[in-house]
Design a protein around this ligand. Structure first.
Ligand code: ZN
Length: 340
């Protein structure tokens, strides 16, 4: 009954990936080489073992793995390597543009690392991948709410002082336990005053009000996940009326138990409601996914045809923060059916 996913046609569509975390994009081969470089004993000796280890059980397990990977990222070369490596893998899936979320609060506040070295490394990796494959990329430093508003401002001080042109937006990178009590809105005022875009994770495990709060208080232009919006028609209407896209990651939502199984993922309802959706892989090796697998989930869940796949790819280009001229070029290439 399930129709075969037209993988080659999906790969050939020019598309952007707007919801992927740089630190969560590191594949097992790169993890092993970073562990060796830094004299760290890996939790498994080879790639297959590491893939098994990455299959986590529950959120604390996920965080343990995520932060083990973060602990391997120490110098400029590490960041250049992981950005370059992920962009090549995205390019192989027909991705023409990536917007990397980067955990800036973690690096700047929690680790007290040198952000200019980190940013320099990431930009070097992006430049290298672009020179060799043509893939475009931009950066979205994320603020972590669990550290509090004062720490968000501290991270932002550093992020705004380093104005590499690849930094295009600032995001909110975590759940809302303290959103109402703390003044994060003023951080996003600073972001906009600096001429950057604003985005926010919201409505992943949390309820619809998170999504409204992100839009109204943070001025979020795109929402990462946003699936919780479906519990409140007024929030759905807000997203539709303002044309705010949700960057949805079905495999991540299942792996982190935001939805009980892929069969009941709200993606079809989001599309039916008229919400603009783009697909992302979030932290792909941790969720045993990649962007084409997310298109396959959408194909199966929503009963899409190839025009439906094309519409999702188009959304990702149109909703990206890339230059209009580049977006127009990618869209023209897509409507001709050729890989750009
Ligand atoms: Zn995310």
């Amino acid at each position: 009954m399930t129709r075969p996913f037209p993988r080659a046609a999906a790969r050939a569509l020019p598309k952007a990936e707007l919801h992927v975390h740089l630190e969560g994009s590191v594949d097992p081969t790169t993890m092993l080489s970073l562990a060796e470089r830094h004299g760290v004993s890996p939790p498994a000796p080879d790639e297959a073992g590491l893939r098994g280890w990455l299959h986590f059980d529950g959120f604390p397990d996920f965080l343990e793995r995520y932060f083990w990977i973060c602990g391997l990222l120490r110098d400029r070369d590490d960041f250049a390597l992981i950005a370059d490596t992920y962009l090549r893998s995205a390019h192989a899936q027909g991705v023409v543009h990536v917007e990397f979320h980067v955990s800036s609060s973690y690096h700047i506040v929690e680790r007290e690392a040198d952000w200019s070295e980190i940013l320099g490394g990431i930009v070097e990796g992006c430049d290298r991948a672009e020179a060799e494959t043509g893939i475009s990329s931009l950066l979205i430093p994320d603020l972590s709410p669990h550290l509090g508003a004062a720490a968000a401002h501290r991270a932002l001080d550093v992020v705004l002082a380093e104005r590499d042109p690849r930094v295009i937006a600032v995001g909110m990178g975590g759940p809302s336990d303290n959103w109402p009590e703390e003044d994060f809105a003023s951080a996003f005022v600073r972001v906009r005053d600096a001429g950057l875009h604003t985005v926010s994770h919201a409505g992943e495990h949390g309820p619809a009000w998170e999504v409204r709060h992100a839009v109204e208080e943070f001025g979020a232009e795109r929402i990462q996940h946003g699936i919780g919006a479906m519990d409140d028609p007024a929030v759905v209407a807000l997203l539709v009326e303002r044309g705010i896209a949700c960057d949805v990651c079905p495999a991540s939502n299942v792996a982190l138990a935001a939805v009980p199984s892929i069969d009941v993922h709200p993606l079809p309802a989001m599309l039916d409601a008229g919400i603009t959706v783009t697909l992302g892989s979030d932290d792909p090796p941790l969720f045993a996914t990649d962007l084409l697998a997310e298109y396959e989930h959408a194909w199966n869940l929503c009963g899409l045809d190839e025009a439906g796949l094309r519409a999702l790819a188009e959304n990702s280009l149109v909703e990206s923060f890339a230059d209009r001229a580049r977006i127009d070029g990618w869209r023209a290439a897509g409507s001709g059916g050729n890989e750009s």
